[in-house]
Write a protein that binds this ligand. Sequence first.
Ligand SMILES: [Fe+2]
Length: 190
Amino acid sequence: MEKKSKKTTASGSKNSGSAQNAGMETSQLMKLFEDELKDIYWAEKALTKAIPKMIKNATSEELIEALQNHLEETREQVSRVEQVFESIGKKAVAKKCEAMEGLMKEAEGIMEDCEPGAMCDAGIISAAQKVEHYEIASYGTLHKFAETLELTDAAELLAQTLEEEKNADEKLTEIAVATVNIEAAEESEV
Ligand SMILES: [Fe+2]
């Protein structure tokens, strides 16, 4: 029985070998892109359920307003991810994101352990910012993947969401620095 020829790059066929490799890398990058997209799709959908719990437990008016705005944005981001799937001719599929689930569990733990007030608000901000940073990392990667893969429409959509996540993170920092952290520090004084 004849053995199948192995995928070796014989000397002399180096060029065609690297061309093949380049093609293979692109499709692997495409697979990675799709996997990451499924992950963030799950995360965004889960956040549309987690953010209302944060709103319920928050006290600061600024924080409540910022979370409400971001909840609206998050709903739009869910449909934006669907548009990205559509732009690459794929059905939108969610794949459970263990990292986001962990971050949301931590947020719930923080909210269970505190009385409503500035301390709880500071905890909510910290949990929400961890979520934002995860999303910034994911969308940053997705955006760069889309650029490399020359998926212009997808790259544009992903850049839009990346910008929103960065703004949401900055807004939370502003609220923390301007009011919540100061009040929380005062609250803990005996
Ligand atoms: Fe988001």
